[in-house]
Every structure is written in structure tokens, then in C-alpha cells.
Design a protein around this ligand. Structure first.
Ligand code: NOJ
Length: 552
């Protein structure tokens, strides 16, 4: 921020994630689309968000729900075309809503022309050098080049069938690296041609007017030069690691974002980069948002905190210190398309690593009422914190994770690559309900949906919640309005001491915020109640409830 410049929008924005497959389906094929997004922008304006993050809609065989891109500069026909994109972006901007789009630079689809050319070319060729091809180990190269595992399960290497037997050399066919599905080969970011191509892609979307990018796997682009063996600890989170990992957080990634920062700075309008970097601590995540790098980075240590007051106070404190220390906002988040929805997650006990999901055979079913109550309290706490905040479509309706999805409906590559051992992420990706008494609950008008919607979702549909003052939808609207009116996002937090240890309590710009995470009610200080995450009678704050109190 410079003195002659108003604070950049991304420092305080409430940003709503649209997962286009499941948001709104204008053409009725069961898969959401860009025209569907355009028709629903008024609902987002009424909700009170400042910006949208749009998950991938580019040309893709959809082996990982669009995170496998075959053409970075076009729209997949499933979602529409570039004219639909332009119309959607213009309609968002007309309503004062900014839009950032997803960029997937760690890997492409195996259907990307570059990878197809690489398969046809010989080892050592320019075409192979855009990806990470290596000879195998063992007498005939029959073992992969190292022991790395895919985030989705199974080995991170796949052996190719060489087009020309003579080109294979004594080691036989080569292997290529894919940290995710075999259909998602990793680019080699040591190659200047890859860097130049992504500058072109950034400019393509910036020229169309996007306000920035959410950058997929922003901690993974650079691999350790020697590709040393590494095995993640048993049951670790699928994207994280607490020890140095030879493919996450390598020092070299930061130069890529310094370069991109310079590209974005050529454009007006405070365009922004947001890192998806699953690093274990806030201090490590903050490395992505140093002044000459990205602008935001999701605070996953916060998302991963259990429903525990001491841990939440600690992670909030660490976050404000770490991000504040580099002059960046903290970017709070509780849900997205990769994690169990927080209205379910917060009622699950420990032992559910991110990415594994929950399903019919998961032990210890979470209580939906407890989950929703905690989910609302957690959101009320998050939206009172200074900084930017991300919301995931459907959380404003209090949607739970869909646990009872039938096996044959599941589509997440995690489910297939682990032979059903991990349920994966389909349960948070089910098309959202708009109208209780319409086909597909108003997702479209044909009733087709790419994942089945549970019957209980009729009562959670947006139209059922609109007229109910105590609904989750109206809670979100109230929180977002008050957050803006009291300028909480640009405020400063000071802790309130002396309350019972099961509380998280602070002041921010004249608003007192108290969350009670314990089982017993807590006495409330005097003041005017602005909002309670769940309505209550009396003057004690019940369990699993957050209040905002004005001091006037
Ligand atoms: C993170 C994305 O959010 C996730 O959905 C995807 O599967 C992986 N990156 C691979 O692109």
C-alpha cells in the first residue's frame, strides 16, 4: 500500500468460491456452467461478498474436475465459451464484484498438446524437457526414478510406451512425474519455455479483465534438483508435511511469483495472486506473501485447527504475527472444494486427515446439529477477524458434507487411486440447492446432477432460508453487512483476558467478539448485541456460540 493509494481491495475482501460444476446449471446437462453463474450474481450481491474465486472452467478432460487443463486459454464446452466468460465477468463487474480465476501451473492434463508431443518425442528432446521425464531405476529401468507417492495415492511416476523403440536407449521406456493423478503430468519449471508460456497465460486472462488468480499447488512447482527419495508419514495430510519435503516449498518457487508479481503490476486495478500453499505453519505460508511475491495465501493452519479455544487463539496469534510481519493480510478460510465442509468437520473427532474425506463407513458419525451450530459459530468468529476471508459456495446455507454418497457416484481420483480406502472430496462438491420445490433444487430445470443431492437438502434450499430471520443464510448476510459497517476487516485485534479458557475473546474496532467453544455457558459483558451465531435467551453465552457486541 502506498500513501497516495487507497488500501488494495484484496486486503479486506470477503471472497466467495464458486465451484462451477456445482453452482448453477443453465443448460440443464447436470453440470454447472458460466451462464448459470451469470444468472446468480444478484444472489451473491445480496449476500454481500466483494469478490468471486472461480474454480477451473478451462478446457479439460475433467479427470480431476478441471484441475487437469488441456488448454489454458479457452473455456471447456461443458461450461460454455469465451463469450460466456466475458459476459459473466462484465456482469460481475457491473455489480461491483471482482473475480479471480484458478490457475493450475504445477501440471497440465495429459491431453495438453505439449504432453502429447512429449510422448511422441524422444528422451532428451525439447518436447520432453517441458515435463519431468526420467529413466527408471533397475537393470532395465523397470523401477520408478524414486519412491515419491501421488497426493491422490499410489506412485507419483508412470512409465510411458515409447513411440520409437530405438529412441529408448538401454534403460527402456522413460517415466514421467505426476504429483497428482497420472493424467496430470508435472511441468518442469526449471525450463524457461514453461515460464514464458505461463507469462503468456497470465496476460491472456489479465487482458480479459480478471482481477487476479488463485494459484493451484503454489508450493509445488519446483522440485529438489536431485529428486531424492521421500515418503510422507503414515496418515499425513495429503498436501502437507511437517518436515522438509523435496517437492513442497522449495526455495526456487518464490522467484516464479516475484516474476508474476511484476507481470500483474503492469496492469491497473490492484490485480492479485492468492497462493494455495499447504505448508504446516503460518510462518511458512507467509513466505508466499512477502511484498514482492503474491498478495494473499490461504491460511490453512487456521482451517485445520480443531474446535479448541486454546489452539484457535494460538493460530490466530501466529497468523497475525506472521502475515503482519511481511505486510500482508491474513486470508482466513474454513471450507473449500478439497476439505470436509466445516459444518460437518467441526463435529468430527480427530484422525480425519485432509483429503481422505468421510463416507458411509467412516467410524464415529458427526452429529449434524452440533456441526451446524459450531459451523455458524466458527464463521462468526472468522468474519470478525482482520484481513480477507474466503467463503465456499453452500456454506452460507449451512450445507453439511454429503457422507452417504453411493460408491458408484464417486468421481474423485483419490477414491480410485486408493481402491476406495479414502473417500476423497466428492462429499463437499454436490450441486447446491436454490429452491426446495424445483428439479435438482433449482440447480437447473431438468433435475440432472453430476453428483446426487440428498433429500434433506430441500429444507436447506436458499428460498426456504430467505424469509427465516434465524437461517444460516441470513446469519451470513448479517455478518457480512456488520463486518463492512464496522470495518472489521481493516481493524486490529486486541485480546480480552480474564474470560474462561474455553472462550476466544477479542476486540476489533469497538466490537467485542466472544466465541464459547466449551460445554458450559459463559457470562457476557454489558453492551449491545449485534449478532449471535445462534439465537439464545438470557444473558449467558451458550456452548458453541459466537457473539458480536457493540461497546456503545
Ligand atoms: C489443489 C486443488 O484445489 C485440488 O482440487 C486439485 O485436485 C489439486 N490441487 C491438483 O490440482
Amino acid at each position: 500500500m502506498t500513501s497516495d493509494h487507497a488500501p488494495e481491495w484484496w486486503r479486506t475482501a470477503a471472497i466467495y468460491q464458486i465451484y462451477p460444476r456445482s453452482f448453477s446449471d443453465a443448460d440443464g446437462d447436470g453440470m454447472g456452467d458460466l451462464r448459470g453463474v451469470t444468472t446468480r450474481l444478484d444472489a451473491l450481491r445480496e449476500l454481500g461478498v466483494d469478490a468471486i474465486w472461480l474454480s477451473p472452467f478451462m478446457t479439460s478432460p475433467q479427470r480431476d474436475a478441471g484441475y487437469d487443463v488441456a488448454d489454458y486459454c479457452d473455456v471447456d464446452p461443458l461450461f460454455g465459451d469465451l463469450a460466456d466468460f466475458d459476459a459473466m465477468l462484465a456482469a460481475a463487474h457491473e455489480r461491483g464484484i471482482r473475480m479471480i480465476v484458478d490457475l493450475v501451473p504445477n501440471h497440465s492434463s495429459d491431453q495438453h498438446p505439449w504432453f502429447q508431443e512429449a510422448l511422441k518425442a524422444a528422451p532428451g528432446s525439447r518436447e520432453r524437457a517441458r515435463y519431468i521425464f526420467r529413466d527408471g531405476q533397475g537393470e532395465h529401468g523397470e523401477e520408478p526414478p524414486n519412491n515419491w507417492q501421488s497426493v491422490f495415492g499410489g506412485p507419483a511416476w508412470t512409465r510411458v510406451t515409447e513411440a520409437d523403440g530405438d529412441a529408448t536407449g538401454p534403460n527402456g521406456p522413460q517415466w514421467y512425474l505426476h504429483l497428482f493423478d497420472a493424467s496430470q503430468p508435472d511441468f518442469d519449471w526449471a525450463n524457461e519455455e514453461v515460464r514464458e508460456e505461463f507469462r503468456r497465460i497470465l496476460r491472456f486472462w489479465l487482458d480479459r479483465g480478471v482481477d487476479g488468480f488463485r494459484v493451484d499447488v503454489a508450493h509445488g512447482l519446483v522440485k529438489h534438483d536431485e529428486l531424492p527419495d521421500y515418503m510422507p508419514p503414515e496418515d499425513s495430510d495429503s498436501m502437507g508435511g511437517t518436515e522438509p519435503v523435496p517437492y513442497w516449498g522449495q526455495e526456487g518457487v518464490h522467484e516464479i511469483y516475484r516474476d508474476w508479481h511484476r507481470v500483474l503490476a503492469e496492469y491497473d486495478g490492484d490485480r492479485a495472486l492468492c497462493a494455495e500453499a499447504w505448508m504446516p505453519t503460518a510462518a511458512e505460508v507467509a513466505l508466499w506473501v512477502r511484498p514482492d511475491e503474491m498478495h494473499q495465501a490461504f491460511n490453512f493452519p487456521y482451517l485445520q485447527a480443531p474446535w479448541d479455544a486454546a489452539r484457535l487463539r494460538e493460530v490466530i496469534e501466529e497468523s497475525l504475527e506472521a502475515f503482519g510481519g511481511v505486510g500482508a493480510p491474513t486470508t482466513w478460510v474454513l471450507s473449500n472444494h478439497d476439505v470436509v465442509r466445516h459444518a460437518t468437520r467441526l463435529a468430527l473427532g480427530p484422525g480425519h486427515p485432509q483429503g481422505h474425506g468421510v463416507g458411509p463407513k467412516t467410524p464415529g458419525k458427526p452429529d449434524p446439529a452440533v456441526g451446524l451450530r459450531r459451523g455458524r459459530a466458527a464463521t462468526a468468529l472468522m468474519l470478525a477477524l482482520p484481513g480477507s476471508a474466503y467463503l465456499y459456495q453452500g456454506e452460507e446455507l449451512g450445507l453439511p458434507e454429503v457422507i452417504e454418497l453411493p460408491d458408484d457416484a464417486r468421481q474423485d481420483p483419490t477414491w480410485f487411486r486408493t481402491g476406495g480406502e479414502r473417500y476423497g472430496r466428492d462429499g463437499c462438491r454436490v450441486p447446491i440447492p436454490w429452491e426446495a420445490h424445483a428439479p435438482a433444487y433449482g440447480f437447473n430445470d431438468t433435475g440432472a446432477t453430476w453428483l446426487p443431492q440428498p433429500s434433506e437438502w430441500a429444507e436447506l434450499a436458499r428460498d426456504q432460508q430467505e424469509g427465516d430471520a434465524d437461517s444460516t443464510l441470513n446469519l451470513y448476510k448479517t455478518l457480512l453487512r456488520l463486518r463492512r459497517e464496522h470495518a472489521l476487516a481493516s481493524g486490529e485485534l486486541s485480546w480480552i483476558d480474564g474470560l474462561p479458557p474455553q472462550t476466544v475473546a477479542f476486540r476489533n474496532t469497538g466490537v467485542t467478539v466472544i466465541a464459547n467453544l466449551g460445554a458450559e455457558p459463559v457470562a457476557l459483558p454489558a453492551g449491545r448485541l449485534l449478532v449471535a451465531s445462534t439465537p439464545f435467551d438470557g444473558d449467558a453465552l451458550p456452548a458453541d456460540t459466537t457473539v458480536w457486541i457493540a461497546e456503545d
